[in-house]
Design a protein around this ligand. Structure first.
Ligand SMILES: [Mn+2]
Length: 348
């Protein structure tokens, strides 16, 4: 029974994607990558920004989706791109403001896609915000870019927004944003009520992952030198009574070490949170990307949960997890990866 090959954040690294698909056995025929045994790929979002091959990554993924040889979910970078390009007439501004920092994130994509930018933005809008399916043996598989939050997802899907509009089209298992949903996910403040829409808050959680603000003195410089005033957390994990910040942070090894140096041993439960931290319970197998893990950390977070982002855009590697139908636990030996760059200088 054919299984699934789940692939993490690509960020324009088209060569690495080609090498990974070769390694997984997806062959090119009629311009589409297909697996001879009928296996299918699942991409976890963040196709664009940073790398040199953004167009080729979008073409590869798009062709596979259309041919039915792959599924994909939306990443925060695709959501940002859509919001950057969407004018909100009711508020009189872009859904993602055109600040220098936002332009800096998006400029490689604008430059590389040129006149085709709007065509590709249209394709990005067809990506579901999350995906749930069953393999051939009935095991539930969940896919999301950053965090699976079942309760929020149910409410997002079931509850109509202002004017009784639906946020999503398509089935619950693969919900695609409607134009109203794109607005609801992009508005920091509702133009009428002035409140932050539920869609915006949940977009932050699901596509960017929940973050917890740090006390002033705990701000720290991560491995890229960016000052962090909050930490991304292990959203699925109930903190032990004596958990430290370093135990609960969800980030690559270098970032964790920077946090520990700056005092990450302080107790997680001493943080003055507005609300107590509530882990998101998850059943079945869940796969996500987004967290810039170190290539030395390849392996699952728990036997039912795996992050597949190993920082290919920072010279790490592009990874996949080979799921076989019927398996109910994630196993460390079913990860495969290719490095961002192939070193040719050592060959003869
Ligand atoms: Mn991301």
């Amino acid at each position: 029974m054919p299984g699934f090959d789940i692939i993490g954040d690509i960020h324009g690294q088209a060569d690495a994607l080609d090498r990974l698909l070769d390694l997984l056995g997806y062959r090119l025929s009629d311009g589409v990558r297909r697996h001879p045994d009928g296996r299918r790929a699942v991409f976890l979002g963040d196709f664009i920004d940073r790398g040199p091959g953004i167009r080729r990554v979008l073409q590869t993924v798009s062709a596979m989706r259309e041919a039915g040889t792959a599924f994909a979910v939306m990443g925060n970078h695709e959501m940002n791109a859509i919001h950057y390009q969407t004018w909100d007439a009711a508020s009189g501004k872009w859904l993602r403001s055109h600040t220098d920092a936002h332009l800096k994130q998006f400029c490689e994509t604008i430059r590389q896609l040129g006149g085709d930018l709007d065509f590709w933005i249209g394709r990005m809008k067809s990506l579901p915000v999350w995906l749930k399916l069953r393999d051939d043996e009935g095991v539930t598989l969940r896919f999301v870019h950053a965090a699976w939050h079942e309760k929020a997802m149910r409410r997002l899907f079931d509850e109509p927004i202002e004017g009784r509009l639906a946020r999503f089209s398509g089935p619950f298992e693969a919900p695609v944003l409607t134009e109203a949903g794109i607005l609801d996910f992009g508005r920091r403040r509702d133009p009428v009520t002035k409140e932050t829409p539920f869609g915006f808050k949940m977009k932050e959680r699901i596509l960017t992952g929940p973050e917890i603000p740090l006390p002033e003195k705990q701000a720290y410089a991560d491995n890229e030198g960016t000052i962090r005033r909050s930490i991304r957390i292990k959203w699925w994990q109930k903190p032990e009574d004596d958990a430290s910040l370093a135990d609960m942070v969800m980030a690559g090894k270098a970032s964790r070490e920077a946090l520990i140096k700056s005092g990450g041993s302080i107790a997680f439960n001493e943080l003055s949170l507005k609300k107590p931290f509530e882990p998101y319970p998850v059943e079945g197998l869940t796969f996500f990307g987004h967290y810039w893990l170190d290539p030395s950390e390849i392996g699952p977070q728990t036997d039912r949960l795996a992050c597949l982002d190993f920082s290919v855009a920072r010279g790490g590697c592009l990874a996949a997890y080979r799921h076989e139908s019927g398996q109910t636990a994630i196993s460390a030996d079913q990860f495969v990866a290719v490095p961002a760059r192939v070193d040719r200088t050592g060959s003869d």
